[in-house]
Design a protein around this ligand. Sequence first.
Ligand SMILES: [Zn+2]
Length: 365
Amino acid sequence: MKFLEKVCSIPTAPFAEGFVARYVRSFVKARPKLRLRRDGAGNLLIELPSTSRLPRWVFTAHMDHPGMVAGRMAGKDVLEADFRGWVHVDYVRGAKVRFFNDTGAGWEEVTGRVIEAAAEEDDRLLVPSKVKVRVSRPVAAGSPGMFDLGEGRVRGKRFYCRCCDDLAGVAGALTMLDALLRRPPQSPVAVLLTRGEEEGMIGAVAAAKKPVLLRKSDRLVAIETSARQPHAPLGAGAIIRIGDKSSIFDSSLCYFMTRQAEALAKKDSTFKFHRSLMPGGTCEATVYDVYGFMTGSICVALGNYHNMDREKRKLGAEYIDIDDWKNMVKLFVHLARMGHEYEPGHKLLKERIEQRFNRLAPLLG
Ligand SMILES: [Zn+2]
């Protein structure tokens, strides 16, 4: 839980993930056993030490969230900024926002209000690309800007923040690493943190197209918070996400994850999960799949996806169920520990099917 509030409260935006990256560097520095690598795109890989030659399990999350990147000041209190990520322009016009100037050790917050939002690119008629913001103080070019919806806070069973997608995923991955450091698993385990997901999974494509940090033998688990669905509400547990809006993920890996989740539920009566196709958006697992990696995905259901409260038709903090998130982390840790048992292909499922077949085949006559 401590990472959930802390990490989700870090300012970020697509292509302006520097504060999150800085936090990750300090996290690794404080844990001398971990190793941190970076590729040319600025994606980060945190590795647990391992001497094992078994295939590696890589849990991936993205470090950005829909928001703005500061451009130049046009006059003393008007900032021009790029808007990045999919948010309907009606929500952006007039929005209260906050920009974050880098102070070296942290950030200085600058409040503002969107006074102009233009949706001008042909393929994104409903999504702003450029905004003008009236700001209380000058903002340095390149600084991230976010909707002013507050830092992470717990209210009852829910966690609210201006950003859950996907810093709640990053927080889950870091929490898992701490648990694994106490008792290392047999398989090598790493965490890949990517950039620019909200603009078309740009960091993940860079990581998959010419892999520097990834290996073709990796088993990938893409972590997300994903727009809740009628069949996947908040509070129903961790979700083994078998597919998204664009593709479905590795069947045998998803089956292994499901069997492991079932085993975990037998041991731990508080653990809840379900399998679901989450069609609210396309996630990085699709990219890894497209580039030939073996990929599954785990997520939690998200309220106010991309800060759009569609019932009230206004901006709202994103929110998740705290127990869902805790269950998601439990599943990461369990999978990391049991990953060495995974064999690609459907041997396991075929055995189960054939057991029954052999027993009942005589009934076919
Ligand atoms: Zn996301």
